[in-house]
Design a protein around this ligand. Structure first.
Ligand code: GDP
Length: 197
């Protein structure tokens, strides 16, 4: 199935002001520049939907979109800007922590991971943080068009092996490219199956 329509609804800093939790919700998060906007736009067939995270230090918001009138897509602000102030980092932590732990209709958070890199501590730590709190998550490896299939597989397997060691389990995952739509069908099918439940 293809996504037919995605519309921006509202941006918030406080999860309590987000749309009423009356539909299943899927959130996207990852290190800045991981390819989050590109992936969201690829999945929703809408080039201009999610805006690139741009400059560090700007207002960080929880962005809600409604997809095909029956689920919420949430674009969360990225982590890992080298230059953000301590106070901005603390704000991000509080906002994301509250959103992920309190949002009752959250079905899964997709943690985006750059498939070109060896496992990064920041990503592993974030995934473990979710795992420890029972926040359902899946991994989305991005930019898979940028290296050979075998190199991508190697990096993906390294990351999964670390998850297995640290967390005892291998999470659901997708290998994607916004450039050539790799992984799109599986990804959308995964969401739609979970919406239907
Ligand atoms: P965000 O900051 O996580 O939202 O990242 P963006 O979606 O803005 O992408 C960051 C950069 O990576 C941009 O220059 C994109 O064109 C590039 N990019 C994102 N996804 C892909 C992909 O799947 N393949 C390739 N080759 N480049 C990508």
């Amino acid at each position: 199935e293809m996504i037919k329509q995605a519309k921006f609804l509202i941006s918030n800093t406080d999860y309590k002001k987000c749309p009423s939790p009356d539909k299943p919700e899927f959130a996207f998060i990852g290190r800045s520049n991981v390819g989050k906007s590109s992936l969201i736009n690829m999945l929703t067939n809408n080039k201009g939907l999610a805006k690139t995270s741009g400059t560090p230090g700007k207002t960080q918001l929880i962005n809600h979109f409604i997809v095909d009138g029956n689920w919420y897509l949430v674009d969360l602000p990225g982590y890992g800007f080298a230059k953000v102030s301590k106070s901005l980092k603390a704000e991000w932590d509080k906002m994301i922590r509250e959103y992920l732990t309190e949002r009752e209709n959250l079905v899964a958070v997709f943690i985006l991971v750059d498939s070109r890199l060896d496992p990064q501590k920041l990503d592993i730590d974030f995934a473990l943080w979710c795992a420890e709190r029972g926040i359902p998550f899946a991994l989305a490896f991005t930019k898979a068009d940028k290296l050979s299939t075998s190199r991508i597989k190697e990096n993906v397997n390294k990351f999964l092996a670390e998850m297995k060691t640290l967390f005892g389990d291998v999470p659901d995952y997708f290998v994607t490219s916004a450039e050539n739509a790799m992984g799109k069908e599986e990804f959308v099918a995964y969401i739609e199956e979970n919406v239907a439940e």
